[in-house]
Design a protein around this ligand. Structure first.
Ligand code: HEM
Length: 124
């Protein structure tokens, strides 16, 4: 499988499942619940889902709606230190466990997310 074929393998449904489980945990999380907009979680969920879908070979809805991702700039207002980064990945690990995607798709996604998460660290 090539990275760009992840969408062909898991489809809208696979991304929706993964990101859905991730966001379901956010309101209970002591670090992340303070950062995400409590009254706008479904919209935030849609943004992450559509971003990943576009990045991994699916429709470009994210870019059509939001323009260039500029993720570091868009994360600048949030206090993302190593613990916030690790917590984000922990929730994503749980999401992977529950979503049970095909192993190779999971590997591409996990590696990508883990790298970007580190790149988002913007505070000591
Ligand atoms: C390192 C830990 C991270 C934290 C604490 C974090 C936190 C946040 C928060 C609070 C938002 C605003 C929610 C919204 O209104 O959309 C957001 C948006 C977003 N995040 Fe993250 N994030 C992290 C890592 C990542 C990673 C690894 C990715 C993707 C690879 C990602 C992709 C996005 C996207 C696409 C948006 C929507 C941006 C927009 O269009 O406004 N984030 N993130």
């Amino acid at each position: 499988m090539e990275e760009m074929n992840v969408y062909a393998v898991i489809g809208e449904e696979g991304f929706a499942r993964l990101v859905g489980v991730f966001y379901r945990q956010v309101p209970q999380d002591d670090i992340l619940s303070k950062m995400y907009p409590p009254d706008d979680l479904p919209a935030a969920e849609e943004r992450l889902r559509d971003f990943l879908i576009g990045r991994f070979g699916g429709p470009q809805r994210y870019i059509e709606r939001r323009g260039h991702p500029r993720l570091r700039m868009r994360h600048a207002p949030f206090h993302i230190d190593q613990s916030a980064r690790d917590r984000w990945m922990q929730l994503m690990d749980k999401a992977f466990a529950e979503a049970s995607l095909p192993a190779e798709a999971e590997q591409f996604l996990r590696e990508f997310l883990s790298q970007i998460a580190t790149f988002m660290i913007n505070r000591e």
